[in-house]
Design a protein around this ligand. Structure first.
Ligand SMILES: *[C@@H]1O[C@H](CO)[C@@H](O)[C@H](O)[C@H]1NC(C)=O
Ligand SMILES: *[C@@H]1O[C@H](CO)[C@@H](O)[C@H](O)[C@H]1NC(C)=O
Ligand SMILES: *[C@@H]1O[C@H](CO)[C@@H](O)[C@H](O)[C@H]1NC(C)=O
Ligand SMILES: *[C@@H]1O[C@H](CO)[C@@H](O)[C@H](O)[C@H]1NC(C)=O
Ligand SMILES: *[C@@H]1O[C@H](CO)[C@@H](O)[C@H](O)[C@H]1NC(C)=O
Ligand SMILES: *[C@@H]1O[C@H](CO)[C@@H](O)[C@H](O)[C@H]1NC(C)=O
Ligand SMILES: *[C@@H]1O[C@H](CO)[C@@H](O)[C@H](O)[C@H]1NC(C)=O
Ligand SMILES: *[C@@H]1O[C@H](CO)[C@@H](O)[C@H](O)[C@H]1NC(C)=O
Ligand SMILES: *[C@@H]1O[C@H](CO)[C@@H](O)[C@H](O)[C@H]1NC(C)=O
Ligand SMILES: *[C@@H]1O[C@H](CO)[C@@H](O)[C@H](O)[C@H]1NC(C)=O
Ligand SMILES: *[C@@H]1O[C@H](CO)[C@@H](O)[C@H](O)[C@H]1NC(C)=O
Ligand SMILES: *[C@@H]1O[C@H](CO)[C@@H](O)[C@H](O)[C@H]1NC(C)=O
Length: 462
């Protein structure tokens, strides 16, 4: 009977070659094994500019070594924290012998090469960070062997290959960060089984295909989703709107298409919504007004059309609004600043807005940057514009603005950039320009202005 079981497990081991590792290293380990493992790591460190590892001397217990923490009961190494030590080297297979390790933090060093498969023996690991190193190779399927893993940071390395489906075995996982690597292939829908997931960051990789439709059906705790700068196409899956805890949603720089559905209103906790540089079409749904916690909204460089609805003013926490490079039409709502009193950056350029620039726009007292360039706007209110005393950048380039340059612009003492070119401005170029001591970029080209201005040396004129 016992024999049969032995043969059975041998067969299982043969069928699942990855498991062989776990079997073969199941020797008794102790604090001396831990010491040997750490000395093996030290031997693989070729550069240690702050001489931190000279502290790793056999004269003292490993538990006193810098970066090493031992458990109080077993006196075995439970945590290794080598953050910010500027170490250059590689990780030896012996690390897989640190069998009590629950915390492995190599953040911000220059470790290279492959991660040894022996690491998969570290079943107690709750925290792994390889953040900001130069590791390469695939993220192996043995990453699925960490039943207690909660935080996995592999960002800013040179990892390649696909996201292993086996990762969905790490049922305790809360944070996955694999951004800024060269990961490719599809996003496995099995990731949707990680029901404790709070944050998934896959930004800046080469991941392709559609975002799986059912991916978000069972991720009720998701707060952060970052898929920007990949190669996703297809629509935004409807299941995403079940994630009512979402605070940060970033899908920019992909090829996502379809409309922005009205179910967006379910994401009432959203603080940041980035969808810029995709192929999203249709109108901005009026349900956007329900996202009352929104501080940052960027839907620039899509194919949106229709009007900018006055209800946008209900987003009273908004600090950043970018709708650049769409096909929006109609007027800019005149009561924008009644609600958007905290607005600091407003980008509405490269659309088809028409009519006058509403006077009230210049009552958003905290505005730092405004671009309304490349629209069909006509007038500019002369009085109120002087209220924007903190304004640094103002571009009204490429509109249909007539009349003289309002002299109140002379009050905008923090102005660094002023682009009024390619309009129909008339009258003299006023001497006030000399008052704007912060100005470094001035564009008055292609108007009907007369006179000359004296330029300070740092000013670039266009
Ligand atoms: C290593 O550093 C730790 C803490 O910084 C210190 O307690 C210990 O004495 C040092 N050991 C050696 C051998 O220098
Ligand atoms: C790891 O080490 C760094 C730098 O010494 C320190 O700032 C950080 O708090 C440590 N992390 C933990 C969990 O102790
Ligand atoms: C530790 O790991 C290494 C490499 O995986 C192995 O050669 C060694 O026998 C292991 N055991 C001990 C007690 O160091
Ligand atoms: C990692 O990738 C970057 C950019 O692709 C490259 O410059 C660097 O040489 C690579 N490093 C290693 C260790 O492969
Ligand atoms: C995901 O979970 C469902 C049920 O919750 C299960 O049927 C399915 O097999 C799981 N898939 C994976 C790959 O774990
Ligand atoms: C959301 O973004 C903010 C600001 O960038 C950041 O402080 C916060 O940690 C993020 N939250 C999540 C859940 O990722
Ligand atoms: C949005 O929320 C409503 C009300 O809570 C719910 O009935 C609906 O199913 C949700 N929609 C999605 C796509 O989750
Ligand atoms: C405008 O948006 C389109 C479609 O997303 C994009 O191809 C183009 O590069 C964008 N132009 C600018 C100047 O960003
Ligand atoms: C906008 O906010 C006002 C209160 O400031 C409220 O009366 C109105 O119902 C809100 N409108 C929408 C469309 O939510
Ligand atoms: C803007 O400036 C004008 C004239 O300087 C002033 O009457 C008005 O109250 C200011 N508006 C705000 C909102 O501060
Ligand atoms: C906004 O203005 C600041 C200050 O001039 C500048 O540093 C920043 O790049 C501007 N942002 C954009 C998106 O133009
Ligand atoms: C320019 O500044 C001077 C004093 O620094 C002030 O008297 C004058 O009114 C300003 N001109 C304009 C047009 O703001």
């Amino acid at each position: 009977m016992g024999n049969t079981r032995f043969i059975m497990s041998l067969m299982v081991a043969m069928l699942l070659p990855n498991l062989v590792v776990s079997f073969s290293t199941r020797t008794k380990t102790n604090i001396h094994t831990d010491q040997a493992a750490l000395l093996a790591l030290k031997a693989r460190v070729v550069s240690d500019p702050y001489n931190l590892l000279t502290n790793w001397s056999t004269a003292t217990s490993v538990c006193n070594w810098v970066g090493v923490t031992c458990g109080s009961r077993h006196r075995r190494v439970t945590a290794l924290n080598l953050t910010d030590m500027n170490l250059f080297g590689s990780v030896p297979p012996h690390m897989g012998n640190l069998s009590f390790l629950s915390w492995l933090d190599l953040t911000n060093n220059d470790f290279r090469g492959l991660l040894p498969v022996q690491l998969s023996n570290l079943h107690r690991l709750k925290f792994i960070s390889m953040f900001k190193n130069s590791f390469s190779g695939e993220i192996s399927s043995w990453f699925g062997y960490f039943p207690k893993l909660q935080h996995l940071y592999l960002s800013f390395n040179n990892f390649t290959g696909q996201i292993p489906m086996a990762l969905s075995n790490c049922k305790e996982i809360e944070i996955i960060a694999m951004d800024s690597n060269a990961i490719e292939g599809d996003l496995p829908k099995e990731m949707g089984n990680l029901t404790k997931l709070q944050s998934l960051d896959l930004q800046d990789n080469l991941i392709q295909g559609q975002i799986p439709a059912e991916m978000f059906d069972h991720l009720p705790r998701l707060q952060g989703l970052y898929l920007d700068m990949n190669r996703f196409h297809g629509g935004i899956p409807m299941s995403l709107f079940k994630c009512k805890e979402l605070r940060n949603l970033s899908l920019s720089f992909n090829r996502l298409e379809g409309i922005l559905p009205k179910e967006i209103r379910n994401l009432t906790m959203l603080g940041t919504l980035r969808l810029n540089h995709n192929l999203i079409e249709g109108e901005i749904p009026r349900q956007v007004r329900d996202l009352v916690n929104l501080e940052f909204l960027s839907i620039g460089s899509n194919m949106l059309e229709g009007q900018l609805l006055p209800s946008i003013t209900n987003l009273t926490r908004l600090r950043y609004l970018d709708l650049t490079n769409n096909s929006l039409t109609g007027r800019i709502p005149s009561d924008m600043c009644d609600g958007l009193s905290r607005l600091q950056e407003l980008y509405l350029g490269m659309n088809r807005f028409s009519g006058k620039i509403p006077t009230e726009l210049f009552m958003c007292q905290e505005l730092l940057n405004i671009s309304l360039a490349f629209n069909s706007l006509e007038g500019i209110s002369s009085k109120q514009i002087g209220n924007l005393t903190v304004l640094r950048r103002l571009s009204l380039y490429g509109n249909l603005i007539q009349g003289p340059i309002p002299k109140q612009i002379g009050n905008l003492l923090n102005l660094e950039l002023l682009r009024l070119g390619n309009n129909s401005l008339t009258g003299p170029i006023l001497p006030f320009i000399g008052n704007l001591t912060s100005l470094i970029y001035l564009d008055l080209s292609d108007n009907y202005l007369t006179g000359t201005i004296f330029l300070s040396t740092k000013l670039e004129l266009y």
